[in-house]
Ligand binder design. Structure first.
Ligand SMILES: [Zn+2]
Length: 277
């Protein structure tokens, strides 16, 4: 699945690495748990009749003045980690890339919002000529996270290893490629980075894993088990949502249903998701 659009002079395409649909969807109760501060009855009341989360993997290609860039890269072709039912449904980035008319060798830059495996695996060995970009704190965190089990830490280390000297460590508030800027979204992981595209007065804010589901707009304090820094993740989510809402910045959300493009609206102290038509 491919969705072409533009941000000012930047040609963009959302290429799906996978879009599982009902009934092959993860339960909401795996994302919002009593351990992360969401009691079961609260989840039931908020979700109405819905019991699953429609989780997309929306990789974003941007044709920059410095070549073709991709922001986050999905789970990769041979991923089996989410169980056999998911395997045929994900890892489709390479097919989508070809369908969009790009060659893997054309990809000059791989921008990681963070180094969780569903953002990095698709890049491993796929883009031989690309320079990778990740926040310095993100790279340091995974290198130092010796207390995390190998199954969680391994994919990040593999991405760091594979890119080697082609990995550039960046800071927040930087223009890392022409018209491509990093924005502080720390908390989901210590170096979690939103990406702002800005061209000819138009903008698009790629929020990475700032939220997984519109329920987190209605309930910005709701966390998931994958948010490494609880309070910081909530602060970042509120700040990003408020900014996007108040300045009407269109948003690209990696995990919302394909293509994950929409706007944020204020609803009192909380927010709502308006998918782009
Ligand atoms: Zn993540």
């Amino acid at each position: 699945m491919i969705h072409h659009f533009a941000v000012g002079d930047l040609s963009c395409a959302v290429v799906s690495d996978g879009q599982p649909r009902p009934p092959l969807e993860p339960p909401l109760a795996e994302f919002f748990t009593p351990d992360t501060g969401v009691p079961e009855r609260e989840l039931r009341a908020a979700a109405a009749d819905r019991t699953t989360l429609t989780c997309g993997y929306n990789c974003l290609f941007v044709e920059t003045g410095a070549g073709l860039a991709v922001i986050d890269t999905g789970l990769g072709r041979d991923f089996t980690g989410y169980g056999p039912y998911m395997t045929p449904l994900v890892g489709k980035l390479g097919d989508g890339l070809a369908e969009a008319g790009f060659a893997a060798s054309e990809v000059a830059a791989v921008v990681f919002t963070h180094l969780h495996e569903d953002h990095t695996r698709g890049a491993v060995g796929a883009f031989p000529d690309a320079t990778a970009y990740a926040h310095a704190a993100e790279v340091a965190f995974w290198k130092d996270a010796t207390s995390l089990p190998d199954v969680r830490r391994g994919p990040a280390l593999e991405a760091i290893r594979v890119f080697g000297e082609r990995l550039r460590e960046v800071e927040y508030g930087a223009e890392i490629l022409p018209h491509v800027h990093t924005v502080d979204a720390a908390g989901h992981t210590p170096g979690h980075t939103a990406i702002l595209l800005r061209s000819r007065g138009e903008r698009l804010l790629c929020v990475g894993d700032s939220f997984y589901d519109p329920l987190q707009l209605a309930h910005p304090a709701w966390r998931t088990p994958w948010d490494h820094e609880a309070e910081r993740s909530v602060r970042s989510r509120r700040r990003i949502l408020a900014w996007a809402a108040d300045e009407s910045v269109p948003v690209h959300a990696y995990h919302l249903p394909f293509p994950g493009l929409g706007r944020i609206e204020r609803r009192g102290d909380a927010f709502a998701w308006r998918p782009l038509a």
